[in-house]
Design a protein around this ligand. Structure first.
Ligand code: PLP
Length: 370
């Protein structure tokens, strides 16, 4: 028997590449000997406002109980979510970030011999959770950078157990409307769990994006996943949730780590959920920042993929890696997306107005160098 512990890993794991996160500010500061405060990071779709002050206060108040295990059932947060999302408490699953929900789905429903269907240019966590459990990832070519829902339907077979769709999608920002979702859900076989990843849905309110919650009652094979990492500004705490039938939630609860969401995250999420002013401010800031970046790109003669998220992919019309490096030297961190099959694009998170300006100035400078 070989002692090569890479070769001994199950085949799906051997074929994975580790997730590449946005470059941390402190890392770039060390590398270039820069003041961390001078660096602009628009690389991980984080909320530029900082966390809600109400969430910070809730964390302060929860510190006294750090010696205790958290409430493993997350009763307080589930109660608030059930109320806001118009579901029963037993339909809510809490996760250590919504990535945790995606992983729980894979561990509960996928296995060698089974497959998950998702799109090209989709979120990098889908292949990770799928292949980690030895299941096959069926990647369907994108259409105009977005999900080809009919192509995805056609790819579903008897061994398919999960379809991952994100609306809007990350990193492309593309979206589909209610009619497309309706049609898709009607046609997906009943044995396939549809994971509708709505990590950015709070930014899309009032637009033509469907609200996944409206479909839960009609489709027992639907799970909607959401997060506190983006519009709610709590990425560091790792808290997200899934909404599904009580049966699916019960299954996920069986494979969940008993204390997967920590007590500070639970407390902060409860407070953030009730801070409607913060959410409204996040949305407004995102809308104006999106317009600011689009105007900047237009001025530079660059095209972009229209986005409903808090980020936008700009097309540089050439390989983006050197531009990414040039921006780093200007103290601006954005996200290369070559690993998503998009070598000519950079993904830029909408920042504060001054951060967006810094980025556009740096981009202008870097592009002028040729
Ligand atoms: C950011 C993101 C998530 C959420 O990640 P968390 O684990 O909740 O921080 C999920 N799906 C997509 C598409 C994302 O972009």
């Amino acid at each position: 028997m070989s002692d090569d512990f890479l070769a001994l890993a199950q085949p799906g794991v051997q074929q994975l590449s580790p997730y590449v996160p946005g470059k941390p500010v402190d890392e770039l500061a060390r590398e270039l000997d820069l003041d961390p405060a001078s660096i602009v990071k628009l690389a991980s779709n984080e909320n530029p406002l900082g966390a809600s002050p109400k969430a910070l206060t809730a964390i302060q108040n929860a510190l006294a109980e750090l010696t205790r295990y958290p409430d493993g059932n997350g009763f307080a947060l589930k109660t608030l979510l059930a109320e806001q999302c118009r579901v029963e408490l037993n339909q809510v699953t809490l996760g250590n970030g919504s990535n945790d929900i995606l992983e729980l789905v894979a561990r509960a429903y996928l296995a060698p011999g089974l497959n998950a269907v998702f799109s090209e240019h989709a979120f990098a966590v889908y292949p990770i959770v799928t292949q980690a459990v030895g299941a096959q990832a069926k990647v369907i070519p994108a259409k105009d950078w977005g999900h080809d829902l009919s192509g995805m339907l056609a790819a579903i077979d008897a061994d398919t157990r999960v379809v991952f769709i994100a609306n809007p999608n990350n990193p492309t920002g593309t979206w589909f409307d209610a009619e497309a979702l309706d049609e898709f859900l009607q046609d997906v076989p009943a044995h396939v769990l549809v994971v509708l990843d709505e990590a950015y849905i709070e930014y899309a309110e009032g637009s033509d994006l469907p609200d996944g919650l409206d479909y839960l009652a009609a489709y027992p094979n639907l799970l909607v996943s959401r997060t506190f990492s983006k519009a709610y500004g709590l990425a560091a705490l790792r808290v997200g949730y899934g909404l599904s039938t009580a049966v699916v939630a019960d299954v996920l609860n069986r494979v969940r780590q008993p204390f997967n969401v920590n007590s500070l995250a639970l407390a902060a999420a409860c407070a953030a959920l009730q801070d409607v002013d913060y959410l409204a401010q996040s949305r407004r800031l995102n809308e104006s920042g999106m317009l600011q970046l689009e105007a900047g790109f237009r001025e530079l003669g660059l095209s972009w993929i229209p986005s409903k998220g808090n980020f936008i992919c700009v097309d540089l019309g050439r390989v983006a890696a050197p531009v990414f490096q040039g921006l780093l030297r200007e103290g601006v961190i954005v996200r290369p997306v070559a690993n998503y099959g998009m070598p000519n694009h950079l993904r830029v998170t909408i920042g504060l107005p001054a951060e967006n300006s810094r980025f556009l100035e740096a981009l202008t400078k870097v592009l002028a160098r040729g």
